[in-house]
Write a protein of this length. Sequence first.
Lengths: 539, 520
Amino acid sequence: MEQGAQKKAVPSLARATGSMAIATMVSRLTGFFWKLMLGWIVGFGVIQDSFTIANTLPNIIFELLLGGVLASIVVPLLVRSHDDPDGGQTYINRLLTVGMTGLAIATVIAVALAPVFTRIYMDGSTGKANPELATAFAYLLLPEILFYGLFALLSAILQAKHVFGPTAWAPVVNNLVVMATLLAYTIVPGELSLNPVRMGDAKLLVLGIGVTLGIVVQAVILLPALKRIGFKYKWTWGFDARLKEFGGLALWILGYVLISQVGMVVTQRVLSRGDAGGVSIYAQAWLLFQLPYGVIGVSLLTAILPRMSRAAADGDTQKVVDDLSTGSRLSAVMLVPISAILTVSGVAVGIALFRAGATDLSQATRLGTALAFSAFGLLPYALVMLQLRVFYAMKDARTPTLIMLVMTVVKIPLLYMCDAVVEPGQVVIGVLLVNSLTFVVGAVLGQMWLWVRLGNLHSKKIITVIAKSVLAGLAGIGAAWLATRLLMPGQIDSMLRAWIVLIVQSLIGGVVMVGVLMALKVPELKPATSRITRLVRRG
Amino acid sequence: MTTRRTEYPTGEDAAGRGAGPGFLVPGGVIGDGRYRLVAQFGVDQRMNAHFWRAQDSYLRRDVALTLLAGDPGDAAAVAAARRTLERAAHATTLNHPGKARVLDVLSQGSGIGAGEGLIGIIVADWVRGTDLIDLVAEYPVPSAIAASLLEPLAAAAEAAHHTGLVLGLDHPQRIRVTPQGTLFLAFLGAPAEASLHDDVSGLGAILYLLLTGRWPLPGGPEGVPAAPLGPDGHVVAPRALYSYIPQELSEVALRCLSGDSIGGIRTSAGLIRVLERAKYIDDETHQLQAISDDDDYEDDGTVWTTRRPSNDRATRRKLAVGVTALAVATVGVLAWLGMQLISFFGDTEPGAGGPTIVATAPGGNPQNGPPPPQPGEPIQAAGVRVYNVKGTADNPRRATFAVDGDLKTAWKTDAYAQPFPALKPGIGIMASFAEPVPFAEVIIDSPSDGTVIEIRTAPTERPKLDETKVIGRATLQAGQTKLQLDSAEPTQHVLIWITTLAEGNVSELTEIRFLRASDN
């Protein structure tokens, strides 16, 4: 679901970009921080598992109902409706009226079906998960759907009017509310009774209502901004005929979301069969996994992506191929070293971030191990994301859906194999491993189909750079491992020690890897390093 | 494949105000407010000409518009547009069923307002029909039908050429198919530099498109696959793609295309003669097969012209499928190896504790759970009963003996003929408490060495077995066994569940004590 949340309209005003970047960064950091707090305060166990699943439900349902449709249809039409005689007022009013009424009905139905949803996403048959608790959370969290929708619609309206600030900062406010909620959770007396689950438990209510309140605030905070641009809401019922035009495209995007949800359901069921805490470890490790791509990958590719999309829209195959190749090679040089560092010091990362409060050493270690086992998937993940953009730019929504289908078809048996082969406690590590492996399949598949459609993709050049990066990565892993072996042998058992190990390993590994890359004369190193230095200087 | 087209009802909703670049959207109004755009039918990128169906709001009828977009300040573009408009104006003198009737020609200052971003509009009659590209999108047209479709268009070209008029046939989106099954030129306005011969090679290209579904000239529209190129850099013969195509048609298409070179056809008259004959050829239409993969074709022939001709899309496709299958297989093997590695790492974690203290998380691995809660005071159960899911309960009235604090009394299971789960999945004692309590330990005194016990929490006093949750598991040893529970989550009902009986398929529980988690 994290992928869905990243869909943000690219700001068109140069002036807005700077503050937007800060807002996005702050929102990412605060978002990450409250996840850390959740780990510290609630711990990795049945409670966080149940909360995590219940909290993704509204996101999933919203995404299915409106997410894809919004990005691909409503926003373009919003821009177009500016040329209406009334400047788009009627269109917006109609959109809000119909959209919110639909979502309100959907929310009511979803809340009624909460037990069904939690039983789809959780397999309680081994007694390791607690669907009742997840259901209780879901009753409190599912109303978020309505406010996700309101937020999405309002920010789309604002962005169409080139107002970017409030929509960028609203998620930060949400994160702050959630942080306050977590603090309240620690203060409130009583305990969460797990069997039987009691809706009246103070902690349950605080966590559930507080997190929902965050989303409510996130949406409501946009209303003043809307007033400032002179918008007046009026109940307007009806259906805009222009919406029909996009039906086909949206269907494939919806298919993409649906298929990815099938994979998600199996993943969560296998995790909840495995061991208590599996679901939460998976969620946190996945968040950590995406972080390098989110920070470095995106900033690196923002320069390339719009150019590439434009070339693809113009049908300029040669330019698309050139940009795709450059993007792939830059990603390789940037992300493979990070994968290497995560592989060697995954455990240290897990302990450094989570060994505090309610999280004990073994849980933090497992999270770290899971990260280490899946770190190799970083580059395939980035490549899949890059290829998706190319397909969408070529107005092909079908191929990405088919690629997702193949990935899911590969993933499901592997997940069940994981369930059968791996010890229950280690299932989460296996699941993340499978996750990364399916991205490998996706990246190969995407590259092959782009090759079929576009012709020569300079794949040899890309593979050479990847091979060189992997070589450098291996050297870095070796050096970092050896250094910690010699300098500080023994188990990592505290947060402080983990931080020291992490820093030492990153420094040694990083230096060795850059050295090897330079020795191998990888030309892509230069733009990558200069971009980082620029980023650092700006930050 | 059907080319996506935007078609709108032209109600009040779609009303547009127009003006400014990027205004070419359905509902937009151009030509000093006279024409309202309805749907786009194509674009000729080479001359930046956009083909639209529009509504004439004065005369309330549909028209076909060829919009020449461009910057009025660009002298070269304006000159080219003027030439195109002049040619279209000449075309008003010619009436032929193979081409649409030109109604009007608008240029900047006469019919087009400033700031519309247009430097010329050609207005023609709108004739109902379908797109040529849609016709061939699903599968190529049988040879005889192709010939009869093309003939009226070739005749129109012939008639035009007699008067020295160039039609501009070298773009497939200009051409449409009438309900009567003939081709006609729907969007007029030949490119400034087009010659009579370009019309002939355009006809050849259209024939090629009808026969094969591919466009052989450069600058074809998006969504129409380009014709494959042979080793000599020319397009391959239609017959090389579909062997059922008659030699004569295949050849005439190529000869029209090759034009100036030796053997090329330079006038449409030559083409018409061949088409006349071809109409009556009964080719083996039953051999027609849909192009299985037409959807993924895109005009990229240019990228591959320097490559070996064998390296075409079909081969690539096969290779792609092969490589993908290989990748999937590799990933499967890697996943298995990775999981072995994970299990290996898992095994190296320290095992369970001392001889009598059996600390158990559900995974059977003490490192897996959250920190075990510290045991506090013992707590007395409010009531106990035998928990049985199948058959009759074992000694139900003696259940209290297991919690009476007396080591001389005990609760005993029946003696079974076969081990569980032959007759029952298991048997157990359900202990209920006055209020939900967080438990840390359960201590069991039993003489039955080898009995396997699970501690489960239960939502009610009489739950179904699958409603209960395992929070500890141990194999009892003769004497006292402490079971450390892996979580201190409060519960009101605790089930002591025997899954494996001791020797003789009977087990005896002398005493069960519950310790609550301490509050720190």
